[in-house]
Design a protein around this ligand. Structure first.
Ligand SMILES: [Zn+2]
Length: 275
């Protein structure tokens, strides 16, 4: 993407003009959302770098916060309730360089479909349709994930398989680590969390991202150990890391793997694109 004077006068004025036009003219295209909903989905077009930034007004926000979604790579700006569109645009214009760099770091989306590889246990497997016949549970055969049923359902079946694998590995691992620390884990749930790979509530309930089944088994196991250690130390202080070190001396490599490759796992999309 060309950087033609990000933050420069020309680009800023062009963006301002567009924003003013967008704010003044109600969207009357067929199928446009009602005005009340459209207001909630206010957006600005920043050019350069040529991106649409969704605006989220927040009663709690005291300042502007620009971020890029880990889910779909889309940028959004949180702004205080009373901030003006011109102020938002001014902030965005100053952050154009940061935004461009942040968006360039988002890994490409990887759509799961028959015939394509998807990450699994640190490697990859090719999603493959079984020849027609009685429906069977998905199985792994020579690097292929074999699923029954119509092609359109294959991504969902692959997702179920990934989730079941995560559950089958994370639950016993977390319970075993908890037992080694003399604790008992509460209920364990699997979710599609975006900001954390696992969490531990003060009640002892543990939660994990099922996407960990796509990471190397050691990394999944480390997250189980990490959350089990929170049953003893509800913080990330030196005592906590000493416990983790006792369970998984290679925790640093595992943590680094997640930092480096975790975003790629979040970009794997199992559902067919909504039309
Ligand atoms: Zn933690």
């Amino acid at each position: 993407m060309a950087r033609s004077g990000a933050g420069g006068i020309g680009g800023r004025m062009a963006a301002l003009a567009r924003a003013a036009a967008a704010a003044a003219r109600p969207d009357t295209r067929p199928g446009a959302r009602p005005a009340t909903e459209a207001r909630k989905e206010e957006a600005l077009f920043l050019d350069p770098p040529g991106v649409r930034v969704a605006l989220r007004r927040s009663a709690r926000a005291r300042r502007f916060t620009l971020s890029v979604s880990r889910v779909d790579g889309a940028p959004h700006l949180t702004l205080p309730q009373r901030a003006s569109v011109a102020e938002a645009l001014d902030f965005l214009t100053r952050q154009a360089g940061w935004l461009e760099a942040a968006m360039a770091r988002v890994p490409p989306e990887r759509v799961v479909a028959p015939g394509r590889a998807l990450p699994f246990r640190g490697g990859s497997v090719v999603l493959t349709l079984r020849p027609s016949g009685p429906r069977r549970a998905p199985t792994l055969e020579n690097g292929r994930l074999m699923v029954s049923g119509p092609a359109a359902e294959a991504p969902q079946r692959a997702m179920s398989f990934v989730k079941e694998t995560a559950r089958a590995e994370l639950v016993p691992a977390a319970r075993a680590y908890a037992a080694r620390l003399g604790r008992e884990a509460g209920p364990i749930t699997l979710r599609d969390t975006r900001s954390r790979w696992g969490s531990c509530a003060s009640s002892g309930a543990l939660s994990f991202s099922w996407r960990l089944a796509m990471a190397p088994p050691d990394v999944l196991d480390y997250v189980a150990a990490h959350e089990a250690a929170h049953l003893v130390e509800m913080n990330h202080g030196p005592d906590f890391w000493a416990l983790v070190d006792g369970l998984r001396p290679d925790w640093r490599e595992c943590r680094d793997w997640l930092r480096r490759h975790g975003p790629e796992l979040h970009r794997v999309r199992f559902a067919p694109p909504a039309s």
